[in-house]
Design a protein around this ligand. Structure first.
Ligand code: SAH
Length: 216
């Protein structure tokens, strides 16, 4: 596929990391390397490949968005992933965040409520050669109990209130990064210490809502 026009954008990743990620204070070398490597240009809609590195969210169809690159980097750094970690992701969407997680962790379990998006991401990530990702179509508010506990959980759609299943499915020492709220949303990082949960409210964000059932 050497004449695929989307390949014009290869150098765009390097520039994206420099101007949007490093410049805003992300310093985790693993996160930066993953963002240089994962072909974001192949995970946006085909007609959008020219703006794959736009400094904001882009539509991926079905009323959903691929997150802004900086937000992906910020949330991934907060997860503090190790190479042996098992990670749960709620909201597969384009699969971009999923691929970043798969670069850094041992196994990724990802749940998406819209079948069309889940299938598209599954196909794209398989074509890229990822073999450490399990996909599920369904409501991620219940987590993935059969595979719990997880060393890290990331939620990429915002519930109004913290869903209890997420905390319960954290391993001891596990990290949960999740946007919470409706009109005002904040990223929270929850760290499990035995039966205690440290909860830090961090930056203000704007995510699509975490829904149950049909999406209008
Ligand atoms: N990380 C993704 C973000 C996609 S937007 C990316 O960067 O591409 C959030 C995704 O969460 C959407 O695809 C939406 O359909 C999905 N979602 C919303 N509610 C959900 C739920 N209850 N369970 C699972 N996925 C959900």
């Amino acid at each position: 596929m050497t004449d695929d026009p989307r390949m014009e954008n290869r150098d765009g990743r390097e520039e994206m990391v420099r101007t949007q990620i490093v410049s805003r204070g992300i310093s985790d070398e693993g996160v930066l390397a993953a963002m240089r490597k994962v072909p974001r240009e192949l995970l946006v809609r085909t007609e959008d490949y020219r703006c794959a590195f736009y400094d904001g969210p882009l539509s991926i169809g079905c009323g959903q968005t691929i997150s802004q690159p900086y937000i992906v980097a910020y949330m991934t750094e907060l997860l503090g992933l190790g190479s042996g970690d098992r990670v749960l992701e709620i909201g597969t969407g384009s699969g971009y965040q999923t691929a970043i997680l798969a670069e850094l962790a041992a196994a990724v379990f990802t749940v998406e409520i819209i079948p069309e998006l889940s299938e598209r991401a599954r196909g794209a990530l398989a074509a890229m050669g990822y073999s450490n990702i399990e996909f599920r179509t369904g409501d991620g508010r219940d987590g993935w109990p059969e595979e719990a506990p997880f060393d890290a959980i990331i939620v990429t759609a915002a519930p109004e209130y913290m869903p209890p299943a997420m905390k319960e499915q954290l391993a001891d020492g596990g990290r949960l990064v999740i946007p919470v709220g409706s009109s005002a949303q904040y990223i929270h990082r929850i760290v499990r210490r035995g039966d205690d949960f440290e909860d830090d409210g961090l930056i203000a964000v704007r995510f699509v809502p975490l829904t149950g059932g049909a999406i209008e």
